[in-house]
Design a protein around this ligand. Structure first.
Ligand SMILES: CC(C)(COP(=O)(O)OP(=O)(O)OC[C@H]1O[C@@H](n2cnc3c(N)ncnc32)[C@H](O)[C@@H]1OP(=O)(O)O)[C@@H](O)C(=O)NCCC(=O)NCCS
Length: 164
């Protein structure tokens, strides 16, 4: 789909408050992403177990924030809590770059497994997670509301080589 991969012009960095406005826009155009408030992001920034990464496209003035991913880690187990890429920038390796950087940081921090929950009908996300090496662990019946839907619980192993 994407004519040109963004990877050469992407910078992945930790969330800071100036990114919030761009993240809200991405959340608003991504119904499958959790719609978090500024207070939610402030709480996560202050939480040593949480990590929010943003993908910044360089070469625009100012550099454009085009995706984000939020994780939480307790000991060896990490969880993906939120993820979205701006619709016009999908299929250009942005989520992949966010995950690569997240895995590096999570492994360095001691994580060995990464878990997530996803709506069973979210085909693009499922395709992304499977391509990233996730396997389905279980199905949680009618886990989501509005609309009611099952969740799939996916997991992947984080190997030390990812830290490099
Ligand atoms: C899921 C999502 C984050 C993927 O982001 P992305 O930046 O487009 O993904 P990438 O470009 O890094 O994709 C990497 C690989 O994943 C797979 N993939 C990603 N999106 C796909 C799709 N729509 N259909 C099929 N495969 C897909 C492909 O193998 C792709 O590699 P390729 O483009 O070389 O074929 C994006 O579709 C999104 O923001 N969706 C809305 C929010 C959402 O659903 N969040 C997850 C909630 S659990």
């Amino acid at each position: 789909m994407g004519a040109l991969s963004h990877s050469a012009r992407l910078r992945i960095e930790l969330f800071s408050h100036h990114a919030f406005e761009a993240i809200v826009k991405i959340q608003n155009s991504s119904a499958q992403a959790a719609a978090w408030s500024e207070a939610d992001y402030q709480r996560l920034t202050a939480d040593p177990e949480a990590m929010v990464l943003v993908a910044v496209l360089e070469g625009t003035t100012p550099p454009e924030i085009i995706g984000f991913a939020a994780f939480h880690r307790v000991g060896e187990e990490a969880e993906l809590w939120n993820l979205a890429v701006a619709p016009q920038h999908r299929r250009q390796g942005v989520a992949k770059a966010l995950f690569q950087e997240a895995c590096r940081r999570l492994v360095r921090a001691g994580a060995t497994r990464l878990f997530l929950e996803v709506r069973a009908s979210n085909a693009p996300a499922l395709a992304f997670y499977r391509a990233a090496g996730f396997k389905t662990l279980t199905r949680r019946k009618e886990y989501y509301q509005n609309p009611n839907e099952d969740a799939l619980v996916l997991a992947c192993q984080l190997v030390p080589e990812l830290a490099n």
